[in-house]
Design a protein around this ligand. Structure first.
Ligand SMILES: [Ca+2]
Ligand SMILES: [Ca+2]
Ligand SMILES: [Ca+2]
Ligand SMILES: [Ca+2]
Length: 266
């Protein structure tokens, strides 16, 4: 697979991201021409991180599990000059999407099988990203926020700086690989850097605070489980101080396999 090297603006890193290594950090590789369709064939060389109830964080409302196939996922990050990309594979026991219509871009994704990603674009580790300002806006969400896709392709970005913009400003897709136990679904997200960086398209790829969850409904109605990569179990979606980090790999830190690819391209 061909790769494109894109300069990473290390000199412009927010202090928190650049100088402190979060306990949970994933490295984003540069991959050109990712198609956001739920097919993860472009992601062969990305580093996937496995998350389970044993090493992740269950929110405080999660019910006891009743199946050995509940609940786990793996995810990876990649980037190009335009966007941050996230790939996810989930493992579950029952597929439920009764609460969201496939074409809805303002769907209650948390009530179905879904993946939610959370971006702290200015990497300031805010204690609560959902504090409302006097003018009614959410200042922290201007730097990213929450973007969700359900297993049937519905979307939600109402808790980001860009509500109801799926398919227009950002993209996500799901693909059901197995609809019967063990259920497996793959997801892709593409979040443009100019959303994360408040419209500054010149800022390019940079480290961000990040969290990710799988929401799990197994019997219709409301969700049963929520498994997060990391975070504050009380508010893993809004306490940015306990988010992990995504660090775009600078060109000189690209993997040996990546360098081999570029050598072979000459
Ligand atoms: Ca794809
Ligand atoms: Ca389940
Ligand atoms: Ca489920
Ligand atoms: Ca549901």
């Amino acid at each position: 697979m061909r790769k494109t090297v894109i300069p990473v603006l290390l000199s412009a890193l927010p202090a928190l991201c650049g100088q402190e290594q979060a306990p949970h950090t994933v490295r984003a590789v540069c991959i050109r021409e990712i198609i956001t369709d739920g097919d993860l064939s472009e992601w062969e060389e990305a580093e996937f991180t496995d998350v389970s109830p044993e090493n992740g964080v269950l929110d405080t409302a999660t019910r006891p599990f009743d199946s050995p196939f509940d609940l786990s996922f793996s995810f990876a990050a990649a980037y190009d000059s335009n966007a941050l990309h996230i790939a996810v594979r989930t493992l579950d026991d029952r597929l439920c999407t009764d609460s969201c219509l496939p074409d809805d871009i303002n769907a209650p994704a948390w009530d179905d099988d879904a993946v939610e990603i959370f971006i702290d674009g200015n990497c300031n580790g805010a204690a609560d990203s959902r504090v409302r300002a006097e003018d009614g806006t959410f200042p922290e969400l201007a730097h990213g926020g929450e973007f969700s896709i359900t297993a049937n392709g519905a979307a939600m970005s109402g808790f980001s700086g860009f509500p109801k913009t799926h398919g227009r400003l950002w993209h996500g897709a799901a693909r059901v690989l197995s609809g019967t136990c063990p259920v497996s679904v793959s997801y892709e997200f593409s979040i443009p850097w100019n959303l994360i960086s408040q419209g500054d398209s010149a800022s390019g790829p940079h480290p961000v605070g990040f969290n990710i969850s799988v929401q799990d409904d197994d019997d219709g109605g409301r969700r049963d489980h929520a498994l997060y990569w990391t975070g504050n179990p009380e508010r893993p979606f809004s306490d940015e101080s306990m988010f992990g980090r995504i660090i775009p790999l600078p060109p000189h830190m690209e993997s040996a396999a990546n360098l081999q690819d570029k050598h072979a391209d000459k």
